[in-house]
Design a protein around this ligand. Structure first.
Ligand code: COA
Length: 165
């Protein structure tokens, strides 16, 4: 049976799936520096704080959420920034199938529609898939922060990538 990939704005019932996808990486990966799983309560607050200017999308295959992506404030607390930060997380058993590419493309189009000037991404320097994904869409290195994080028993560099829209 053929499977259909759908990208749509996230809704409240998606919060658990979004959180489960993310928490896998909290425990197992350095792609996020978070070390304690996100609670459903804090994920709900995050979702409610996003709204129209900071959209959250999910990728769904045959009704099942298999990934999500969002635009977030780059510097919370300041309204002068015309830059947003992206997040893209694919369910761990569904990576490498092109879903990240579709979600990021959708996010870039949405950022343009919303009038933002640039998108930032902070990516651990050995996260090859994420770096490649962003570079394929024209993100350029804007900085390299050395040994700024420590997780899973090692120091981690972070590359800042930026796409001017
Ligand atoms: C990074 C991530 C979002 C990419 O999404 P994905 O659906 O797995 O990636 P895609 O299948 O769309 O592939 C996108 C590009 O990344 C590259 N890529 C994907 N997986 C790769 C891997 N394991 N190794 C090297 N490159 C890889 C490919 O070059 C691909 O482009 P191509 O098909 O034109 O060659 C996803 O793997 C993920 O959620 N990883 C963990 C969380 C994370 O790091 N998120 C980013 C932080 S914001």
């Amino acid at each position: 049976m053929s499977k259909y990939l759908d990208i749509r704005p996230a809704k409240t019932p998606d919060i658990n799936a979004i959180n489960d996808i993310y928490n896998h990486y909290v425990i197992n990966s350095i792609c996020t520096f978070q070390t304690e799983p996100e609670t459903v309560e804090s994920r709900t607050a995050w979702f409610e704080a996003h709204g129209e200017r900071y959209p959250v999308f999910v990728a769904e295959i045959d009704g099942e959420v298999v990934g999500w992506a969002s635009l977030s404030k780059y510097h919370p607390g300041s309204s002068a920034w015309h830059t947003v930060e992206d997040s893209v997380y694919i369910r761990h058993d569904m990576t490498g199938k092109g879903i990240g590419k579709v979600l990021l493309m959708n996010l870039i189009l949405e950022a343009r529609c919303l009038g933002y000037h640039s998108i930032m991404a902070g990516i651990a320097s050995d996260q090859i898939a994420s770096l490649k994904l962003h570079e394929d869409f024209g993100f350029m290195e804007a900085g390299h922060l050395r040994e700024i994080g420590y997780k899973l028993d090692r120091w981690i560099d972070v590359k800042l990538l930026q796409l001017l829209l």
